[in-house]
Design a protein around this ligand. Structure first.
Ligand code: FES
Ligand SMILES: [Fe+2]
Length: 411
Protein backbone atom coordinates (compact mmCIF):
# COMPACT_ATOMS: atom_id res chain seq x y z
CA UNK A 1 0.00 0.00 0.00
CA UNK A 2 1.35 3.40 -0.91
CA UNK A 3 2.18 5.71 1.97
CA UNK A 4 0.86 9.26 2.07
CA UNK A 5 3.26 12.15 2.40
CA UNK A 6 1.53 13.30 5.58
CA UNK A 7 2.36 9.96 7.25
CA UNK A 8 6.11 10.52 6.95
CA UNK A 9 8.16 11.61 9.94
CA UNK A 10 9.53 15.17 9.86
CA UNK A 11 13.07 13.78 9.49
CA UNK A 12 12.19 11.79 6.36
CA UNK A 13 10.20 14.67 4.90
CA UNK A 14 13.20 16.93 5.37
CA UNK A 15 15.44 14.47 3.52
CA UNK A 16 12.96 14.04 0.67
CA UNK A 17 12.52 17.78 0.32
CA UNK A 18 16.29 18.19 -0.03
CA UNK A 19 16.55 15.69 -2.91
CA UNK A 20 18.15 17.05 -6.08
CA UNK A 21 16.27 17.35 -9.34
CA UNK A 22 16.41 13.92 -11.04
CA UNK A 23 16.74 15.61 -14.42
CA UNK A 24 19.96 17.37 -13.49
CA UNK A 25 22.41 15.47 -15.70
CA UNK A 26 25.13 18.05 -15.27
CA UNK A 27 28.50 17.79 -13.63
CA UNK A 28 27.17 20.13 -11.00
CA UNK A 29 24.21 17.84 -10.20
CA UNK A 30 24.02 17.78 -6.42
CA UNK A 31 24.46 14.50 -4.59
CA UNK A 32 21.85 13.01 -2.31
CA UNK A 33 21.65 14.38 1.22
CA UNK A 34 24.20 12.55 3.35
CA UNK A 35 21.47 11.23 5.67
CA UNK A 36 20.34 8.97 2.80
CA UNK A 37 23.51 6.97 3.50
CA UNK A 38 23.61 7.09 7.28
CA UNK A 39 20.12 7.40 8.79
CA UNK A 40 18.56 4.18 10.14
CA UNK A 41 15.16 5.85 9.78
CA UNK A 42 15.81 6.61 6.13
CA UNK A 43 16.96 3.03 5.61
CA UNK A 44 13.63 1.85 7.03
CA UNK A 45 11.91 4.13 4.51
CA UNK A 46 13.88 2.44 1.72
CA UNK A 47 13.33 -1.04 3.13
CA UNK A 48 9.59 -0.73 3.64
CA UNK A 49 8.61 1.77 0.92
CA UNK A 50 11.16 1.62 -1.88
CA UNK A 51 12.47 -1.95 -2.18
CA UNK A 52 8.94 -3.48 -2.16
CA UNK A 53 8.13 -1.31 -5.21
CA UNK A 54 11.34 -2.30 -7.02
CA UNK A 55 12.22 -5.33 -9.12
CA UNK A 56 14.57 -7.28 -6.87
CA UNK A 57 16.72 -10.15 -8.17
CA UNK A 58 16.51 -13.15 -5.84
CA UNK A 59 18.61 -15.68 -7.76
CA UNK A 60 18.57 -17.81 -10.88
CA UNK A 61 16.25 -20.42 -12.28
CA UNK A 62 19.03 -23.07 -12.23
CA UNK A 63 18.95 -22.89 -8.43
CA UNK A 64 15.48 -24.46 -8.41
CA UNK A 65 15.67 -27.10 -11.18
CA UNK A 66 13.12 -29.62 -9.84
CA UNK A 67 9.44 -29.45 -9.01
CA UNK A 68 9.08 -28.20 -5.44
CA UNK A 69 12.53 -26.59 -5.25
CA UNK A 70 12.27 -23.11 -3.82
CA UNK A 71 14.15 -20.00 -2.74
CA UNK A 72 13.05 -18.10 0.37
CA UNK A 73 14.02 -14.45 -0.02
CA UNK A 74 12.63 -11.52 1.96
CA UNK A 75 11.88 -8.15 0.39
CA UNK A 76 11.28 -5.40 2.90
CA UNK A 77 9.19 -7.01 5.65
CA UNK A 78 7.81 -9.70 3.33
CA UNK A 79 9.10 -13.29 3.47
CA UNK A 80 8.53 -14.95 0.11
CA UNK A 81 8.67 -18.34 -1.57
CA UNK A 82 9.94 -18.56 -5.15
CA UNK A 83 9.08 -22.05 -6.31
CA UNK A 84 9.33 -24.40 -9.30
CA UNK A 85 5.74 -25.52 -9.84
CA UNK A 86 4.28 -28.76 -11.08
CA UNK A 87 4.01 -27.52 -14.66
CA UNK A 88 7.66 -26.42 -14.66
CA UNK A 89 6.88 -22.73 -14.34
CA UNK A 90 8.33 -20.59 -11.56
CA UNK A 91 6.11 -18.45 -9.34
CA UNK A 92 6.45 -16.27 -6.25
CA UNK A 93 4.12 -16.03 -3.29
CA UNK A 94 3.97 -14.94 0.31
CA UNK A 95 5.64 -17.29 2.80
CA UNK A 96 3.26 -16.25 5.59
CA UNK A 97 0.95 -19.10 6.63
CA UNK A 98 -2.77 -18.32 6.35
CA UNK A 99 -3.44 -19.89 9.75
CA UNK A 100 -1.61 -17.77 12.33
CA UNK A 101 1.06 -16.18 10.22
CA UNK A 102 4.07 -18.39 10.85
CA UNK A 103 6.72 -17.96 8.16
CA UNK A 104 6.70 -21.23 6.24
CA UNK A 105 10.38 -21.17 5.22
CA UNK A 106 13.30 -18.80 5.53
CA UNK A 107 15.92 -20.84 3.69
CA UNK A 108 15.98 -22.37 0.24
CA UNK A 109 15.08 -26.04 -0.02
CA UNK A 110 12.80 -28.56 -1.63
CA UNK A 111 9.15 -28.80 -0.64
CA UNK A 112 8.38 -31.92 -2.65
CA UNK A 113 4.74 -31.63 -3.64
CA UNK A 114 3.57 -29.31 -0.87
CA UNK A 115 4.71 -26.70 1.61
CA UNK A 116 4.10 -27.59 5.24
CA UNK A 117 3.96 -24.83 7.79
CA UNK A 118 6.30 -25.79 10.66
CA UNK A 119 3.94 -24.58 13.39
CA UNK A 120 0.76 -26.67 12.92
CA UNK A 121 1.51 -28.31 9.57
CA UNK A 122 -1.13 -26.66 7.45
CA UNK A 123 -0.20 -27.65 3.92
CA UNK A 124 -0.25 -25.74 0.64
CA UNK A 125 0.35 -26.99 -2.86
CA UNK A 126 3.08 -25.44 -5.01
CA UNK A 127 0.61 -22.85 -6.34
CA UNK A 128 -0.10 -21.75 -2.76
CA UNK A 129 -3.55 -23.33 -2.51
CA UNK A 130 -4.58 -24.63 0.91
CA UNK A 131 -4.59 -28.44 0.89
CA UNK A 132 -5.27 -29.54 4.44
CA UNK A 133 -4.77 -29.06 8.18
CA UNK A 134 -4.44 -31.58 11.03
CA UNK A 135 -7.54 -32.10 13.21
CA UNK A 136 -9.67 -29.88 11.05
CA UNK A 137 -12.72 -32.08 10.78
CA UNK A 138 -15.53 -29.96 9.44
CA UNK A 139 -15.88 -30.46 5.71
CA UNK A 140 -17.34 -26.98 5.47
CA UNK A 141 -14.25 -25.48 7.11
CA UNK A 142 -11.97 -27.40 4.80
CA UNK A 143 -13.94 -26.33 1.74
CA UNK A 144 -13.97 -22.73 2.92
CA UNK A 145 -10.19 -22.74 3.45
CA UNK A 146 -9.63 -24.36 0.07
CA UNK A 147 -11.45 -21.43 -1.47
CA UNK A 148 -9.93 -18.66 0.62
CA UNK A 149 -6.67 -19.63 2.29
CA UNK A 150 -4.33 -19.23 -0.68
CA UNK A 151 -0.84 -17.85 -0.19
CA UNK A 152 -0.96 -14.48 -1.99
CA UNK A 153 0.81 -14.47 -5.34
CA UNK A 154 3.63 -11.98 -5.94
CA UNK A 155 4.82 -10.79 -9.33
CA UNK A 156 7.84 -12.54 -10.77
CA UNK A 157 9.73 -12.02 -14.02
CA UNK A 158 12.48 -14.13 -15.51
CA UNK A 159 15.18 -12.19 -17.31
CA UNK A 160 17.96 -14.19 -18.96
CA UNK A 161 17.49 -16.84 -16.27
CA UNK A 162 17.53 -14.35 -13.40
CA UNK A 163 14.47 -14.30 -11.16
CA UNK A 164 13.12 -10.90 -10.16
CA UNK A 165 10.17 -10.29 -7.84
CA UNK A 166 8.16 -7.15 -7.20
CA UNK A 167 5.61 -6.73 -4.41
CA UNK A 168 3.88 -3.91 -6.26
CA UNK A 169 1.09 -5.40 -8.32
CA UNK A 170 0.98 -2.18 -10.38
CA UNK A 171 4.71 -2.08 -11.15
CA UNK A 172 5.63 -1.58 -14.77
CA UNK A 173 7.12 -4.74 -16.33
CA UNK A 174 10.83 -5.33 -15.78
CA UNK A 175 12.03 -6.42 -19.22
CA UNK A 176 11.37 -3.12 -21.08
CA UNK A 177 13.23 -1.25 -18.35
CA UNK A 178 16.31 -3.39 -19.07
CA UNK A 179 16.10 -3.10 -22.87
CA UNK A 180 19.35 -1.15 -23.06
CA UNK A 181 21.22 -4.21 -21.72
CA UNK A 182 19.97 -6.54 -24.48
CA UNK A 183 22.71 -5.69 -27.02
CA UNK A 184 25.32 -6.76 -24.48
CA UNK A 185 23.71 -10.21 -24.12
CA UNK A 186 24.05 -10.82 -27.86
CA UNK A 187 26.08 -13.97 -28.64
CA UNK A 188 26.60 -14.94 -24.99
CA UNK A 189 23.58 -17.20 -24.82
CA UNK A 190 24.63 -19.05 -27.99
CA UNK A 191 27.47 -20.45 -25.91
CA UNK A 192 25.40 -22.89 -23.81
CA UNK A 193 25.96 -21.01 -20.57
CA UNK A 194 25.81 -22.63 -17.16
CA UNK A 195 25.43 -20.74 -13.91
CA UNK A 196 27.71 -20.89 -10.90
CA UNK A 197 25.63 -18.97 -8.34
CA UNK A 198 27.60 -16.90 -5.85
CA UNK A 199 28.17 -18.06 -2.30
CA UNK A 200 25.66 -15.97 -0.32
CA UNK A 201 27.26 -13.21 1.73
CA UNK A 202 26.62 -13.65 5.45
CA UNK A 203 28.79 -10.92 6.94
CA UNK A 204 27.41 -7.43 6.38
CA UNK A 205 29.82 -4.96 4.83
CA UNK A 206 29.84 -1.84 7.02
CA UNK A 207 28.58 0.64 4.47
CA UNK A 208 25.33 1.69 2.86
CA UNK A 209 24.12 -0.31 -0.15
CA UNK A 210 24.26 2.82 -2.33
CA UNK A 211 27.95 3.31 -1.56
CA UNK A 212 28.44 -0.31 -2.62
CA UNK A 213 26.56 0.30 -5.87
CA UNK A 214 28.36 3.59 -6.56
CA UNK A 215 31.71 1.90 -6.05
CA UNK A 216 30.73 -0.73 -8.63
CA UNK A 217 29.51 1.72 -11.24
CA UNK A 218 32.20 4.41 -10.85
CA UNK A 219 34.49 4.78 -13.89
CA UNK A 220 36.54 7.55 -12.24
CA UNK A 221 38.26 5.62 -9.43
CA UNK A 222 39.88 2.52 -11.05
CA UNK A 223 42.92 4.43 -12.36
CA UNK A 224 43.74 5.60 -8.84
CA UNK A 225 42.40 2.93 -6.49
CA UNK A 226 43.05 -0.10 -8.68
CA UNK A 227 46.52 0.71 -9.89
CA UNK A 228 48.03 -2.57 -11.11
CA UNK A 229 44.77 -4.54 -11.10
CA UNK A 230 42.53 -2.53 -13.42
CA UNK A 231 44.95 -0.76 -15.80
CA UNK A 232 44.19 -3.41 -18.42
CA UNK A 233 40.58 -2.11 -18.56
CA UNK A 234 41.07 1.66 -18.51
CA UNK A 235 38.35 4.29 -18.31
CA UNK A 236 40.68 6.76 -20.01
CA UNK A 237 42.53 5.69 -23.15
CA UNK A 238 43.87 7.63 -26.16
CA UNK A 239 41.90 5.44 -28.57
CA UNK A 240 38.67 5.78 -26.62
CA UNK A 241 37.98 4.81 -23.04
CA UNK A 242 34.74 4.43 -21.15
CA UNK A 243 31.41 4.71 -22.95
CA UNK A 244 28.10 5.37 -21.25
CA UNK A 245 24.51 4.82 -22.36
CA UNK A 246 21.72 7.37 -22.19
CA UNK A 247 19.39 7.06 -19.20
CA UNK A 248 15.67 7.71 -19.33
CA UNK A 249 13.12 7.74 -16.53
CA UNK A 250 11.94 4.31 -17.69
CA UNK A 251 15.38 2.66 -17.41
CA UNK A 252 16.32 0.30 -14.61
CA UNK A 253 19.89 -0.27 -15.77
CA UNK A 254 23.01 1.86 -15.59
CA UNK A 255 25.74 0.85 -18.02
CA UNK A 256 29.38 1.63 -18.61
CA UNK A 257 31.70 -0.17 -20.97
CA UNK A 258 35.50 0.05 -21.10
CA UNK A 259 38.10 -1.28 -23.55
CA UNK A 260 40.52 -4.10 -22.80
CA UNK A 261 44.10 -3.45 -23.88
CA UNK A 262 44.15 -6.81 -25.66
CA UNK A 263 41.35 -8.99 -27.05
CA UNK A 264 40.27 -12.01 -24.99
CA UNK A 265 41.65 -10.63 -21.75
CA UNK A 266 39.82 -11.06 -18.49
CA UNK A 267 40.36 -11.84 -14.84
CA UNK A 268 43.80 -13.18 -13.93
CA UNK A 269 45.29 -13.87 -10.52
CA UNK A 270 46.46 -10.23 -10.49
CA UNK A 271 43.26 -8.50 -11.60
CA UNK A 272 42.18 -7.73 -15.18
CA UNK A 273 44.89 -8.83 -17.62
CA UNK A 274 45.68 -10.50 -20.96
CA UNK A 275 45.93 -14.12 -19.79
CA UNK A 276 42.35 -14.63 -18.63
CA UNK A 277 41.63 -17.63 -16.44
CA UNK A 278 38.27 -18.13 -18.18
CA UNK A 279 38.89 -18.61 -21.93
CA UNK A 280 37.15 -16.19 -24.29
CA UNK A 281 33.72 -17.28 -25.48
CA UNK A 282 33.98 -18.28 -29.14
CA UNK A 283 30.50 -17.03 -30.08
CA UNK A 284 31.25 -13.40 -29.12
CA UNK A 285 31.94 -10.73 -31.70
CA UNK A 286 35.49 -9.31 -32.01
CA UNK A 287 34.18 -6.11 -30.42
CA UNK A 288 32.76 -8.01 -27.42
CA UNK A 289 36.11 -9.78 -26.96
CA UNK A 290 37.80 -6.43 -26.48
CA UNK A 291 35.55 -4.84 -23.86
CA UNK A 292 34.22 -5.12 -20.33
CA UNK A 293 30.69 -3.90 -19.68
CA UNK A 294 29.53 -3.08 -16.17
CA UNK A 295 25.76 -3.01 -15.56
CA UNK A 296 24.10 -1.85 -12.34
CA UNK A 297 20.47 -2.96 -11.94
CA UNK A 298 19.39 -1.13 -8.80
CA UNK A 299 18.72 -1.95 -6.09
CA UNK A 300 19.82 -5.57 -6.09
CA UNK A 301 22.27 -6.70 -8.73
CA UNK A 302 25.25 -6.04 -10.97
CA UNK A 303 26.60 -7.73 -14.08
CA UNK A 304 30.01 -7.65 -15.76
CA UNK A 305 30.09 -8.85 -19.37
CA UNK A 306 33.66 -10.06 -19.99
CA UNK A 307 35.07 -12.08 -22.91
CA UNK A 308 35.13 -15.29 -20.84
CA UNK A 309 32.07 -15.00 -18.61
CA UNK A 310 29.26 -12.88 -17.29
CA UNK A 311 29.99 -12.19 -13.63
CA UNK A 312 27.05 -11.24 -11.44
CA UNK A 313 26.54 -9.96 -7.95
CA UNK A 314 23.52 -9.92 -5.67
CA UNK A 315 23.24 -7.03 -3.22
CA UNK A 316 21.06 -7.26 -0.12
CA UNK A 317 20.80 -4.09 1.95
CA UNK A 318 20.34 -5.00 5.63
CA UNK A 319 20.92 -1.70 7.43
CA UNK A 320 21.87 1.94 6.92
CA UNK A 321 25.49 0.87 7.22
CA UNK A 322 25.18 -2.84 6.54
CA UNK A 323 25.10 -4.51 3.12
CA UNK A 324 25.36 -8.15 2.15
CA UNK A 325 27.04 -8.82 -1.17
CA UNK A 326 27.56 -12.10 -2.99
CA UNK A 327 29.98 -12.37 -5.91
CA UNK A 328 33.51 -13.40 -6.86
CA UNK A 329 35.01 -10.34 -5.21
CA UNK A 330 33.32 -10.57 -1.83
CA UNK A 331 32.40 -14.25 -1.41
CA UNK A 332 32.93 -16.65 -4.36
CA UNK A 333 31.30 -17.57 -7.67
CA UNK A 334 28.58 -15.60 -9.41
CA UNK A 335 29.30 -16.54 -13.01
CA UNK A 336 27.59 -17.54 -16.21
CA UNK A 337 30.09 -19.32 -18.42
CA UNK A 338 30.12 -21.82 -21.28
CA UNK A 339 29.51 -25.43 -20.34
CA UNK A 340 32.83 -26.20 -22.04
CA UNK A 341 34.65 -23.93 -19.57
CA UNK A 342 32.78 -25.37 -16.61
CA UNK A 343 33.54 -28.94 -17.74
CA UNK A 344 37.31 -28.43 -17.93
CA UNK A 345 39.40 -30.62 -15.65
CA UNK A 346 41.12 -27.54 -14.32
CA UNK A 347 37.94 -25.51 -13.78
CA UNK A 348 38.36 -25.42 -10.00
CA UNK A 349 41.88 -24.00 -10.38
CA UNK A 350 40.72 -21.43 -12.91
CA UNK A 351 37.83 -20.40 -10.68
CA UNK A 352 40.28 -20.00 -7.80
CA UNK A 353 42.49 -17.82 -9.99
CA UNK A 354 39.54 -15.57 -10.86
CA UNK A 355 38.62 -15.40 -7.20
CA UNK A 356 42.19 -14.43 -6.32
CA UNK A 357 42.33 -11.61 -8.87
CA UNK A 358 38.84 -10.36 -8.04
CA UNK A 359 39.70 -10.36 -4.36
CA UNK A 360 42.77 -8.21 -5.02
CA UNK A 361 40.52 -5.62 -6.64
CA UNK A 362 38.07 -5.92 -3.78
CA UNK A 363 40.75 -5.39 -1.12
CA UNK A 364 41.52 -2.08 -2.83
CA UNK A 365 37.85 -1.07 -2.72
CA UNK A 366 37.27 -1.82 0.97
CA UNK A 367 39.19 1.16 2.38
CA UNK A 368 37.61 3.63 -0.03
CA UNK A 369 34.11 2.36 0.73
CA UNK A 370 34.85 2.76 4.43
CA UNK A 371 36.20 6.24 3.74
CA UNK A 372 33.15 7.33 1.76
CA UNK A 373 30.83 6.01 4.47
CA UNK A 374 32.81 7.89 7.14
CA UNK A 375 32.71 11.09 5.08
CA UNK A 376 28.91 10.91 4.86
CA UNK A 377 28.75 11.33 8.63
CA UNK A 378 30.78 14.52 8.64
CA UNK A 379 29.13 17.88 9.12
CA UNK A 380 31.58 19.05 6.46
CA UNK A 381 30.35 16.57 3.85
CA UNK A 382 30.23 18.64 0.65
CA UNK A 383 27.25 18.89 -1.64
CA UNK A 384 29.55 17.36 -4.21
CA UNK A 385 30.47 17.90 -7.82
CA UNK A 386 30.63 15.19 -10.48
CA UNK A 387 33.12 15.00 -13.33
CA UNK A 388 32.09 13.57 -16.73
CA UNK A 389 33.63 10.18 -15.84
CA UNK A 390 30.96 9.93 -13.13
CA UNK A 391 28.02 9.92 -15.52
CA UNK A 392 26.83 6.60 -14.09
CA UNK A 393 26.69 8.08 -10.58
CA UNK A 394 24.51 10.92 -11.82
CA UNK A 395 22.30 8.32 -13.50
CA UNK A 396 22.10 6.26 -10.30
CA UNK A 397 21.21 9.39 -8.33
CA UNK A 398 18.41 10.09 -10.79
CA UNK A 399 17.12 6.50 -10.39
CA UNK A 400 17.12 6.90 -6.61
CA UNK A 401 15.34 10.24 -6.61
CA UNK A 402 12.64 8.86 -8.89
CA UNK A 403 12.25 5.76 -6.71
CA UNK A 404 11.97 7.84 -3.53
CA UNK A 405 9.45 10.23 -5.06
CA UNK A 406 7.38 7.38 -6.52
CA UNK A 407 7.23 5.68 -3.10
CA UNK A 408 5.49 8.68 -1.55
CA UNK A 409 3.63 11.11 -3.80
CA UNK A 410 4.30 14.75 -2.98
CA UNK A 411 1.42 16.69 -1.42
S1 FES B 1 0.61 -20.87 11.71
FE1 FES B 1 0.93 -22.18 10.04
S2 FES B 1 -0.10 -23.95 10.58
FE2 FES B 1 -0.47 -22.66 12.24
FE1 LIG C 1 36.64 -0.35 -7.41
Amino acid sequence: MQMQYSELSPAIRKILEALPDPGAHEASAPMLPRECYTSPEFFEFERLRVFPRSWVCVGREEQIPNTGDYLAPAIGAEPLLVVRRTDGSIGAMSAVCRHRGQVIATEAGSAGRAFRCPLHVWTYDLDGNFVGAPYLESRDDIECLRKNAKLPEVRLERWHGFLFVNLDSDATPLAPSLAKVEPFWANYENADLVAVPPTPGDTPLPWNWKIHAENFTDAYHPEFVHRGTHDFAPSVHPEGGVEFTAMTAADNAIVRTVPLLKADGGMTDAGWGPEAAFPAIATLSPEQRKRLTFVLIPPSMTLIFAPGAVAYQLITPVGAEATLASNDRVTAGGWLLPRSTHARNDFAERAATVREGAKKIWLQDIPVNLGVQAGKKSRFMPEGHYVPLETTLIQFNAWLVRAYRAAVPSP
